[in-house]
Write a protein that binds this ligand. Structure first.
Ligand SMILES: Nc1ncnc2c1ncn2[C@@H]1O[C@H](COP(=O)(O)OP(=O)(O)OP(=O)(O)O)[C@@H](O)[C@H]1O
Length: 253
């Protein structure tokens, strides 16, 4: 069973006058660390929100951990971890309280929560800040708390939207190790603009543009798509540029 199976998925956003941010996308993903790449507006956030069951598909079929997106989603949500691009919190929450609260929302058995929260904070290197208030943290630390809440229930499907924004170089390296560990057991999908993160941390690349799948394969395969004439600082960036420019209808930006 694939953790994610989408067939001809369409997701319309912005109401009647909106647009199909995901537009006929077919994708199957299993265990491993999958990097989701694509230019601004490609539909990455909309796709991740849909996979996180926050946004409903408009048409097509989607199955998450074996459950159709139109079916009972509560049991699926218990097995999901999701770090949104932007997440809200009460500034007066302590770090521990915030992660506990999210664990409770995910309907974890109460007796398991304290230990799970301690372990999640340990994994993101924030054990020593557990009793500090959220408002006292730096932007990168808030992001790490966001990662902690996403992994607190040991999800089988972990969806991370721009998780490395604001992380310093040492923390980015630690993050890569962490997702490699998580990807041995779970399906991890990471949206990012940092091609180097994908090259270093992902077993598989999913490239979307204009709401549909452009490429799926290994970072090495993506690298072979580029040539010296394509823009980029590394083979994988040149591969990315080659595949995006082949489809792009946008301007120079
Ligand atoms: N609520 C909304 N109302 C109208 N249009 C929207 C809405 N949300 C997204 N869109 C549009 O849908 C398209 C896809 O947006 P989305 O945020 O999914 O892209 P993205 O790949 O995550 O972009 P970025 O890399 O800039 O974060 C964009 O054209 C965006 O303007």
């Amino acid at each position: 069973m694939q953790a994610i199976q989408a067939d001809n998925l369409v997701v319309r956003v912005g109401g009647r006058k909106g647009r199909d941010a995901v537009n006929g996308l077919s994708l199957g993903l299993g265990r491993g660390v999958h990097g989701l790449l694509g230019p601004n507006g490609a539909g990455k956030t909309t796709l991740i929100r849909t996979l996180a069951t926050v946004q409903s598909p408009t048409s097509g079929t989607l199955s998450l951990l074996g459950t159709p997106a139109g079916g009972k989603l509560r049991p699926v949500r218990r097995r999901l971890g999701y770090l949104p691009q932007h997440f809200g919190y009460y500034k007066r929450f302590k770090v521990r309280e915030f992660v506990e609260y999210l664990a409770w929302l995910k309907e974890m058995p109460p007796a398991l929560i304290p230990k799970a929260v301690r372990e999640a904070l340990e994994r993101v290197g924030l054990s020593d800040r557990a009793e500090d208030r959220m408002k006292s943290l730096s932007g990168g630390m808030v992001r790490r708390v966001g990662i902690a809440q996403a992994i607190v229930n040991e999800p089988e499907l972990l969806l991370l939207d721009e998780p490395t924004v604001g992380l310093d170089p040492a923390q980015r390296l630690r993050f890569r190790e962490l997702v490699a560990e998580l990807g041995r057991e779970a399906c991890v999908l990471i949206s990012t603009h940092l091609v180097e993160d994908v090259a270093a941390a992902c077993t598989d690349v999913v490239l979307v543009n204009e709401g549909s799948l452009v490429f799926q394969g290994s970072p090495a395969d993506l690298a072979t798509a580029g040539t010296a004439s394509h823009v980029g600082d590394s083979p994988i960036e040149r591969g990315y540029t080659a595949l995006i420019s082949a489809k792009s209808t946008g301007g120079a930006w």
